[in-house]
Write a protein that binds this ligand. Sequence first.
Ligand code: GLA
Length: 401
Amino acid sequence: MVLRAIEQRFHEVFPELKGAGKERVFAVRAPGRVNLIGEHTDYNGGFVCPMAIDREMTIVGVPRGDTKIRMHSTLANQTVAFDASAEIAKDGPPWSLYAKGSVEAMRRRGKVKCGFDCLADSSVPLGGGLSSSASFEVATALATLAANDESLDRVELALACQWAEHTYPGVPCGIMDQFISAMGKKGYAMLLDCRDQSRRYVPLDDPNVKIVISNTNVHHELAAGEYGKRRAQCEAAVAAIQKKHAQVALLRDATMEMLDDARGGGDEMDDVTYRRARHVITEIARTVDFAADLENRDYKRCGERMYSSHTSLRDDYEVSCTELDILVEIARGVQGVYGARMTGGGFGGCIVAIVEATAVEKLTAAIDAEYPKRTGKKATTFATVASAGAGKLEWRPSHVV
Ligand code: GLA
């Protein structure tokens, strides 16, 4: 929905607020993201290279005189109400837990003196691996701050939102999604070092090159459980490597030589653990190289690294699925496509491709023709641009109906 429509819906949902507190009305936005490369590396202290996209969560609201929060979600078409004067309960509809966790994270930092009434609307596809959750958390945190005339350092904001996701919906995510939603930059991808949280912005504004996302429109249920399993397998790999290389605290610190050394003859580390670690170690290197290639506008090499990343995620990390593999294969067959790979946690969701601007239509047409034939499903394909991180939206009082 565009802002104007969101405002109107806000007044339909909360008719009693019509005309009230015009000057105090606030609007905030937080984008979804697409990860160009660096998958399942964030919780291993590695590098990731995401960019914020032009799909976002928008929240409009009005502060209240008490500590109550009422939030209406246009996607769920449901309103929840809770009180932020004391620890917020982890109950209610599942979607609301992302918001409750974020408000609780702000409350614990002493940022919640008053509550607010608000409406949350999103153009980020749900469950598609484009960080609909992180954008919701970050937007809710910003809404809470806006209602209270408060501010918070962006790194702390992102970490607070990650805490919210761990603690309320209970998803053990890394830091990538919240960081890029909170700190994306228009026209740039972000190379984030997840070990020390330092960031480098890499220009991605060449008009001859486009980033295309294609959504398989499938989301396999095992995703949630498998994510935790992968994390545990990475920890097991670190424990095995540490026996010979005590300085390795995270897979980020390990090299392929150390991994091979730790595997010994094969009986000191099982094959699955070995392959999981091999994905992470090689993916971290690919990500750093990709950022350098992108800086040099060497899109061909960027694309090759994306294909290698996909193969590694499919064969070594085993987080891809038939639909993702098919989309990547289709992309590979289109002239002008530099590279493609699954993006996000896996087991469904989206692929991301880097393509010559003139090839966007060809790629979309190829997917529309081939994907349904091979899967019986329809994919959703769109080009996107590197967008700004979360922030306040200019609210023109004339918009208030
Ligand atoms: C999910 C998590 C991220 C990251 C990716 C995989 O999106 O939220 O933290 O681990 O999976 O790269």
